[in-house]
Design a protein around this ligand. Structure first.
Ligand code: ADP
Length: 366
């Protein structure tokens, strides 16, 4: 566009119910003369250096280095796009950092989205004297997906060779997302939102469920005493959900042939847990696995009904619930394919949880 670029630094902020996501553009085409023109050039350099030379910030801030997009072109500038997250619960620590690095001397507003842009608006004003320019989270999500996907090769992929009994056989395969419409977006964050997308600007929230990533993590903490999402996923990876769930074969002794239900289908999630011996036999890992399978299959089932309702074949799953979570991705992929007899395709995006923040950054510079 011809509109002058806003002064650096360029950030997009997405303050979610569990995680806050920050996208930062680090210019690499810096022209020293131009930079000297800024009155706060030292502050600008300090911030750039701080963000790009560290991969952890405070106790809980993390830069997802593997997601960095190098040589990224945006608004006639070239640089690296960095992806940073921290628990929304630690917002006060982030604000201390903003204050310490004197960010507010460079910019008086931050383009932001997510419910927290509303919730923390006053705190940003009071503590660091910055204004949160608020944008709708689903708007940002869709424009973020569109932007990254049109620019970054191999962003979109699916899982092939799906085999529920041999998940090692599955592999990631790139998917050409250039002409994706119509598609469904299933954003699995703390809760779940489901959108139909018919074009860049035409989309609608059609459904959702409160049984989402927050539910998985919350129940896992209750049932196993685990402390983190990573721990919950690790436990689930070595657990066996059939010790916890009642399957069709536990009821029928085999398949329910009349309606084509294999014996291995879950008939009742956690359905074994009313029996005291079964409770004693189930390990924490088994409970974690069952929680993961329960939440994932429920989301998959709702997504499938939405796709059917709207005559849509491609379903894009995003949100940080899918982070380091191949079990959920493969389950979703298998469920979409199996229950639709191959008509539905589950798609995934590498920058899974960051599209809202990317969308907020796009608002700043376009
Ligand atoms: P929100 O915007 O609601 O915070 P996200 O897309 O960021 O949603 O996803 C949050 C979910 O991601 C959590 O409920 C949890 O299931 C999962 N998750 C992945 N990594 C983490 C983490 N490091 N800490 C907490 N939750 C995580």
């Amino acid at each position: 566009s011809d509109i002058a670029a806003p002064p650096m630094p360029w950030f997009g902020l997405d303050i979610g119910g569990t995680l806050t996501k920050l996208v930062y553009f680090e210019p690499t085409d810096i022209n020293t003369a131009e930079e000297e023109g800024y009155k706060e050039v030292e502050t600008l350099r300090t911030i750039r250096h701080y963000l790009t030379s560290n991969t952890a910030y405070g106790k809980t801030g993390i830069r997802d280095v593997h997601l960095t997009i190098k040589q990224f072109e945006i608004h006639q500038r070239v640089g690296n796009l960095h992806f940073i997250r921290f628990p929304t619960n630690d917002m006060h620590i982030f604000l201390q950092m903003v204050e310490a690095k004197k960010l507010s001397s460079l910019a008086d507003t931050i383009c932001s989205t997510g419910g927290g842009a509303f919730k923390f608006e006053q705190e940003f004003k009071d503590v660091v004297n910055m204004r949160l320019e608020k944008y709708d989270e689903l708007n940002c999500l869709i424009s973020g997906i569109h932007y990254i996907d049109s620019k970054i090769p191999n962003e979109c992929y699916y899982w092939s060779n799906l085999d529920p009994f041999n998940s090692e056989a599955c592999e990631k395969v790139p998917f050409d997302f250039r002409d994706p419409y119509p598609y469904l977006v299933v954003n699995i964050g703390s809760g779940v939102s489901i959108l139909t997308v018919h074009s860049r600007h035409k989309f609608q929230r059609v459904s959702g469920t409160s049984l989402g990533g927050g539910t998985f993590l919350g129940l896992c903490c209750l049932l196993t005493g685990c402390q983190t999402f990573e721990e919950a996923i690790e436990m689930a990876a070595s657990g066996d959900s059939t010790k916890v769930d009642k399957l069709v074969r536990d009821i029928y002794g085999g398949d329910y042939a009349r309606f084509g239900l294999p014996g291995s289908t879950v008939a009742s999630s956690f359905g074994h847990m009313n029996i005291s011996e079964k409770r004693d036999a189930a390990t924490k890992n088994d409970l974690a696995r069952s929680t993961l399978v329960t939440i994932t299959n429920n989301i998959g089932s709702i997504a499938r009904m939405c796709a059917l309702n709207h005559g849509i074949e491609r379903i894009v799953f995003v949100g940080n619930f899918l982070r380091v979570n191949p079990i959920a991705m493969k389950l979703l992929s298998y469920a979409m394919e199996y229950w639709s007899k191959g008509a539905l395709k589950a798609l995934f995006l590498e920058h899974e949880g960051y599209f809202g923040a990317v969308g907020a950054l796009m608002k700043l510079i376009s």
